[in-house]
Design a protein around this ligand. Structure first.
Ligand code: SAH
Length: 247
C-alpha cells in the first residue's frame, strides 16, 4: 500500500517514519510513504504557500493552487489516490476507519496549517477526517496518527495475532500485560500467567478485558454483539470471582 503526505514541514513526517513499526514496514517494502513538500509545488519566486483571507480576519490561509498542482502531478505518476483532508471538522477517525483505509491502495493525507486550507481544495478531497474534538496547529500529527493506526492493519506490518488481540477489536479493551521480573517492589505477577495452561490463561485474559471494558468504557461494551466461547467462559469466571469476594 502507498501513503503520501502533503505538508510544508516534511521533516516532521520523515523523522517519525524512520523509527519503529512503520520504519520497518517501509524498509521491508510492505508500505511506501511519499512525502511531498508543498513548497516545491508553488508557482511564484518566493514559494508562497499562504495568503491573507478574503474578507479579512486573523491569520493566513493556505493557497489552493499548490494542492491542485500536486494532485495533477500525483495522478500522472501513480494514478488516482484516495485523498484525506486532515481537519477538525471531519468525521472522527477510529479503529474502524483505520481498517477501512487499510483496504485502499493509495491514500494521500493533506496537512493544513494556519487558519486552514482554501475551501476550493475540497474539490479533490474524498474524505475529511479529524483525530478528535480539539484544534491542532497543523495536520502533520493527525496524518501520522491516522497513517500509523491504518498501517497496523496491513498484512505483514504487525503480527496478525497481535492485531486481533488489541484494544477495540471485538469491542473490548486489551488485557493487562506483565514482563520480568516476577516480583517488582513486592507486587507479584498474577500466578495464572506462570501456569503454562494456555486455555486458563486465555480465559483469565478475556475476563480482565471484559472487566476493564465494562468499568472504563461501558459505551464500548454496550456495542459488543458477539460473545464467543472464551467470552462466556470468562464471564462465568468473573461471576465466580465476584461471588467468592462477596462471601
Ligand atoms: N480554522 C480551522 C482550524 C485550522 S487548524 C478550523 O477551525 O476548522 C490548522 C490545520 O491543522 C488544519 O487545516 C488541519 O489540517 C489540522 N488540524 C487541526 N485540528 C485537527 C484535528 N482535530 N484533526 C485533524 N487535523 C487537524
Amino acid at each position: 500500500m502507498r501513503f503520501a503526505v502533503v505538508t510544508i514541514f516534511p521533516e516532521i513526517i520523515e523523522v517519525y517514519l524512520k523509527h519503529g513499526i512503520l520504519g520497518k514496514a517501509i524498509k521491508n517494502g510492505i508500505i511506501d510513504v511519499e512525502v511531498f513538500n508543498l513548497r516545491d509545488f508553488t508557482e511564484d519566486r518566493h514559494k508562497t504557500v499562504d495568503d491573507y483571507p478574503f474578507g479579512g480576519g486573523p491569520g493566513m490561509v493556505m493557497k489552493a493552487q499548490p494542492f491542485f498542482k500536486i494532485y495533477d502531478f500525483y495522478i500522472e505518476r501513480f494514478g488516482k489516490p484516495y485523498i484525506v483532508l486532515t481537519s477538525p471538522q471531519g468525521t472522527v477517525f477510529d479503529n474502524k476507519k483505520a481498517q477501512e483505509l487499510s483496504q485502499k491502495e493509495d491514500v494521500v493525507f493533506l496537512c493544513g496549517r494556519y487558519e486552514g486550507i482554501d475551501e476550493r481544495v475540497m474539490d479533490i478531497v474524498d474524505e475529511e477526517l479529524s483525530i478528535g474534538d480539539f484544534v491542532l496547529s497543523g495536520g502533520e500529527l493527525a496524518a501520522l496518527v491516522m497513517m500509523d493506526a491504518t498501517a497496523r492493519f496491513i498484512k505483514g506490518v504487525v503480527e496478525e495475532e497481535s492485531v486481533k488481540r488489541e484494544s477495540f477489536m471485538n469491542d473490548l479493551l486489551d488485557h493487562p500485560v506483565y514482563t520480568r521480573p516476577r516480583n517488582v517492589r513486592g507486587k507479584k505477577v498474577p500466578e495464572i500467567l506462570l501456569s503454562g495452561d494456555h486455555e486458563k490463561i486465555e480465559i483469565w485474559r478475556r475476563k480482565e478485558s471484559l472487566k476493564k471494558t465494562m468499568l472504563k468504557r461501558p459505551d464500548l461494551f454496550m456495542k459488543k454483539e458477539n460473545f464467543d466461547r472464551f467470552d462466556k467462559l470468562a464471564l462465568i469466571e468473573l461471576f465466580k470471582e465476584l461471588t467468592e469476594n462477596a462471601r
